[in-house]
Design a protein around this ligand. Structure first.
Ligand code: 4AD
Ligand code: MG
Length: 467
């Protein structure tokens, strides 16, 4: 086969230099036609759209043609031709075809219309479907949007460790990291495991958040963000929780809670606009296939200012709803950690736009949040989104050494693990704020997918670490 340099299908579909000889490589999606002429829909992952290959059967060997089945990988040299059919403006009239990889009839993606549940079981192949091709191209584009947003604003991308000795959220949901022989654990007289001879010489875990180290960086570089994997051993089998998920955590010196809310709102709107502008084909596909309200929902978030409301007011609205007969699965009262049904009621039914809830009871929030004068609440903020519930969690941080220490004592957080964190409050402390955006929660919103397992290539959830 003559060597012609390959054109990606995304670029090829735009070309109008009809008559040119081109090469494309990709996987056969479908093949149909008559005894004289066949049409192959070829996809190479660069776009959701296929290129049509027109094959004049008389010019090709029968043995070769037999191998051009759904899922096979082929390389095609051919003439770029104006398409007379509807849909695309061009097609390729094949001159030479090479089968790079055959694909027999055990290939699970022959037929269309597999359920998302079934596709999760073949996560190694599902990127080849239109749906997951679209989702993963959008995932890439959102990562670029995030870096672009912070870079333009002069934030520095700061890498926080994945292996850590501290539990940032204090929720005890960490996966341990050890090289110890689990069949022969040495214990002290109290029955506690001895870690002296472990790899790090102490108990170590996978991080639940890069925030604490992010705060160190913010009090040096001014404004930073992290963007990396985080791990939570919480046993929640829901459509919104993963054991391994990616989080974006900006942290900014001198920002108060209002600046923090402004940043969060600007950030999400930037990402949503980016998706509409850079992923139009993929979003349109997902809109048409899964969620007819997707594009409209994305556009509406851009138009309106997010509601900003103290937790106490939010609970009042929910209690009024209950009094009027609205049924929630979980009870609502001041002090409760709101369930996603409560968050979604505020967003979807009551305000009909995103809501930032602030000033939560300190008992349900982490130790590092700035304490309010009332002695009961902290300067927390959760951003609540339609169909998702909490998409962002953040706060202004407690900058006062004594107050922070008192809270650490109150909650019995092991002090020896926190010495370096407390140094920020000892040496030139400053007001500062930050938040964490769950990357997959953002993707749920932008793709309209209903289950978080369908916006990450290889989901990790309780009892599931396949692939
Ligand atoms: O609210 P969270 O727990 O906040 C923190 O970790 C803070 N340290 C962030 C900060 O202030 N720098 O988590 C932040 C976000 C949530 O709002 C949610 O979007 C996402 O992370 N998240 C999860 N996403 C998927 N699976 C899980 N198990 C998640 N837990 C939290
Ligand atoms: Mg939270």
């Amino acid at each position: 086969m003559e060597k012609i340099s390959r054109t990606k299908i995304v670029d090829l579909l735009k070309r109008v230099d009809f008559g040119a000889m081109v090469n494309v490589k990709g996987w056969v999606r479908t093949r149909r036609g008559s005894k004289q002429v066949n049409f192959i829909a070829l996809n190479d992952g660069s776009t959701i759209n296929n290129v049509q290959i027109v094959v004049d059967l008389a010019s090709f060997d029968e043995e070769l043609l037999k191998k051009i089945t759904t899922g096979a990988c082929i390389s095609v040299n051919g003439k770029l031709t104006e398409s007379v059919g509807s849909g695309q403006k061009n097609e390729i009239h094949a001159v030479d075809i090479e089968v790079l990889g055959v694909c027999d009839n055990t290939y699970p993606l022959q037929k269309k219309g597999h359920t998302l549940e079934f596709l999760r079981e073949i996560a190694h192949l599902r990127p080849r479907t239109n749906t997951f091709g679209a989702v993963f191209r959008i995932r890439h584009n959102m990562a670029i949007a995030i870096h672009s947003f912070f870079h333009e604003k002069g934030f520095f991308y700061f890498h926080t460790p994945i292996i850590t000795g501290s539990d940032c959220e204090g929720a005890g949901q960490m996966f341990q990291v050890t090289t110890k022989n689990l069949y022969d654990l040495k214990k002290d007289e109290n029955g506690s495991i001895i870690y002296d001879d472990d790899f790090f010489g102490k108990q170590a875990s996978l991080t639940v958040s890069g925030q604490l180290e992010g705060e160190l960086a913010a009090t040096a570089l001014g404004a930073i963000y992290t963007f990396g994997p985080t791990f939570r051993a919480e046993n929640s089998n829901t459509p919104r929780h993963l054991a391994e998920f990616w989080m974006i955590e900006p942290e900014v010196a001198f920002n108060d809670i209002v600046d923090n809310m402004d940043l969060a709102e600007e950030f999400i709107k930037y990402c949503v606009l980016w998706a509409l502008e850079h992923c139009a084909d993929d979003i349109k596909f997902l809109n048409d296939m899964f969620d007819k309200g997707l594009i409209e929902r994305l556009q509406s978030v851009l138009k309106e200012a997010f509601v900003r409301l103290p937790y106490t007011e939010g609970v009042k609205i929910l209690e009024e709803a209950v009094a009027k007969g609205h049924k929630f699965e979980f009870p609502v009262y001041w002090g409760v950690d709101l369930a996603s049904e409560h968050e979604r009621y505020l967003v979807e039914e009551h305000f009909k736009r995103p809501v930032i809830l602030t000033d939560y009871p300190k008992e349900i929030k982490a130790f590092y949040m700035k304490q309010n004068e009332d002695g009961k609440t902290v300067r927390a903020m959760d951003v609540l989104f339609p169909k998702i519930g909490e998409i962002i969690g953040g706060s202004e941080r407690e900058a006062d050494y004594d107050k922070l220490l008192a809270r650490i004592d109150e909650l019995n957080i092991p002090m020896k693990d926190m010495w370096w964190y407390l140094d920020t409050r000892k040496f030139g402390t400053c007001p500062h704020s930050g938040f964490g955006l769950g990357f997959e929660r953002l993707l749920l919103f932008v793709t309209g997918m209903a289950n978080i397992r369908d916006v990450i290539p290889f989901p990790r959830t309780p009892h599931n670490a396949e692939f």
